[in-house]
Design a protein around this ligand. Structure first.
Ligand SMILES: NC(=O)c1ccc[n+]([C@@H]2O[C@H](COP(=O)([O-])OP(=O)(O)OC[C@H]3O[C@@H](n4cnc5c(N)ncnc54)[C@H](O)[C@@H]3O)[C@@H](O)[C@H]2O)c1
Length: 451
């Protein structure tokens, strides 16, 4: 394939042509440390904490949480690291405001329940923080997403959603293959969040997983808050792990965009059945009516003609799988069967190759370079890369590789799918958070082995 065809197929601009091992596209990072803070030191926040503590280019100045038990876990992690104890802010739901006012960190990571993300992002931007990394899901309503976009623009600041699956090793190898045109022109993509969360949504208030069917006030960690969303909302509540990688494959907000969306929801049985099975018919939670359908299916169409199918499936017994499928005019990858097929290149016509050979061959240079550093990091190492990208962006004073438009676009699938279902499965228009700039913006995600 010649260079012209490659640009046409991938939509990559000339300046961002190849994934360049060893490329030095950025100025060398300053030899300074970045001053970071962490709001939310729950189970996810502690993973970020561990990664921040491992880095010699990070000075962790402050942490904040309202839960003494989570803070105790976090203090232990700091002690074990041998690093200086950050100042701890706690006491009420707005202690993070004092943290921001006092320390004005270079960057902050937010790992709190979904409903806190928007106020904390806006609070950080108002306090003058220029780099905000927020855990997945930017806000709750469509307006929340607009508010965050407008605030980032007003403050000329960077809001990056810590979408770690974009950095999964196989996902990145496939990105490399997509960019090199192996699958031809991309036609259809699938993904989702297919994870049996029954033992996350319920527990005994002490153990994070299983051991009971309590939630809300009596639940611990995500059972304390996440389950309420299954009681009150029906839509794709967690789209970003699935859609983030897919959006990178087809350059969403960078030459392409989502146009419209339609969602369907199945009946809701899984959570109720789990309560009855584990807690008995007489358990008070057996009376709770869950609004969230067990399997929510969403279709999206794109300006460049691709279709996307997303599934949210968290209430039924099933092994974990994000269900990726990336299909083009020359072949496809599916993660569930660990298969790749590329016509005239695969070993046998109409038969899957074991994907691993292809994934090894097209291992992304970022992984090739940093895999040792990522050892021991959460989710098979990919968590290292998302923190790395945020910290390196701060050091270089450059935009983050996933920006506020990506965060808003991916997260907006939730309120849009809720609207679609509530309107009787109507197709709803997708807002253009970039205000037309999607036509001119160029892909930036992981073009080199730097970040
Ligand atoms: N990217 C991933 O792989 C991944 C994995 C797990 C969770 N998450 C996301 O991370 C976020 C946190 O999830 P989690 O599993 O850590 O939940 P968690 O319940 O274990 O932690 C949330 C923490 O936020 C704290 N908190 C709540 N309100 C607060 C406030 N006003 N001020 C300060 N702290 C407050 C809670 O006390 C708790 O410690 C969620 O957005 C979740 O979806 C992402």
């Amino acid at each position: 394939m010649n260079r012209k065809e490659f640009v046409r197929l991938t939509g990559l601009g000339a300046a961002s042509l190849a994934v360049l091992p060893g490329a030095k596209l950025f100025a060398s990072p300053a030899d300074t440390k970045v001053r970071m803070a962490l709001i939310g030191t729950g189970l996810r926040g502690q993973e970020h904490l561990g990664l921040l503590l491992r880095r010699n280019d990070v000075d962790l100045v402050a942490i904040c949480d309202v839960d003494e038990r989570m803070l105790a876990f976090s203090r232990k992690l700091v002690d074990k690291s041998g690093k200086k104890m950050p100042e701890v802010f706690t006491g009420d739901n707005y202690a993070w405001k004092q943290l921001l006012a006092k320390h004005q960190p270079d960057g902050v990571i937010i790992a709190t329940p979904w409903e806190w993300h928007k106020p904390m992002i806006l609070g950080a931007l108002d306090a003058g923080v220029k780099y905000v990394g927020t855990e997945v899901i930017l806000g709750i309503t469509l307006q929340d997403h607009w508010d965050v976009v407008h605030a980032a623009e007003k403050h000329n600041a960077h809001v990056m959603m810590m979408e770690n699956v974009c950095y999964r090793r196989d996902v990145m190898a496939v990105l490399n293959m997509v960019r090199q045109g192996l699958f031809g022109e991309i036609i259809h993509l699938q993904g989702g969040y297919q994870h049996d969360l029954r033992e996350v949504k319920f527990n005994d208030g002490v153990n994070p997983y299983g051991h009971g069917v309590e939630f809300g006030e009596k639940g611990f960690s995500e059972a304390h808050w996440r389950t309420e969303h299954s009681v009150h909302r029906n839509g794709d509540l967690y789209p970003t792990h699935g859609v983030g990688p897919l959006a990178n494959y087809i350059n969403i907000n960078r030459g392409n965009r989502f146009l419209s969306l339609c969602s369907f929801s199945s009946k809701a049985r899984g959570l109720h059945n789990h309560i009855v099975k584990q807690g008995g018919e007489g358990h008070p939670n057996a009376k709770v009516e869950f609004k969230l359908g067990d399997v929510v299916t969403t279709s999206i169409n794109c300006a460049n003609g691709e279709t996307i199918l997303l599934q949210h499936d968290t209430n039924l017994p099933r092994p974990y799988s994000l269900g990726f499928r990336v299909q083009g005019t020359e072949g496809l990858w599916m993660d569930v069967n660990k298969g790749i097929y590329i016509q005239e290149k695969s070993a046998k016509a109409h038969q899957w190759d074991n994907a691993q050979g292809w994934l090894d061959k097209y291992d992304h240079p970022l992984w090739a370079r940093w895999s040792k550093d990522s050892e021991g990091a959460g989710h098979g190492g990919m968590d290292f890369f998302v923190v790395h990208a945020l910290v390196e962006s701060i050091k270089r004073k450059i935009p983050t590789p996933m920006d506020v438009y990506d965060a808003a676009t991916w997260s907006a699938i939730t309120p849009l799918s809720e609207s679609s279902i509530a309107l009787g499965h109507q197709t709803v228009d997708f807002p253009d958070f970039t205000g037309g700039q999607w036509m001119y913006r160029k892909p930036v995600f992981s073009l080199t082995d730097e970040m």
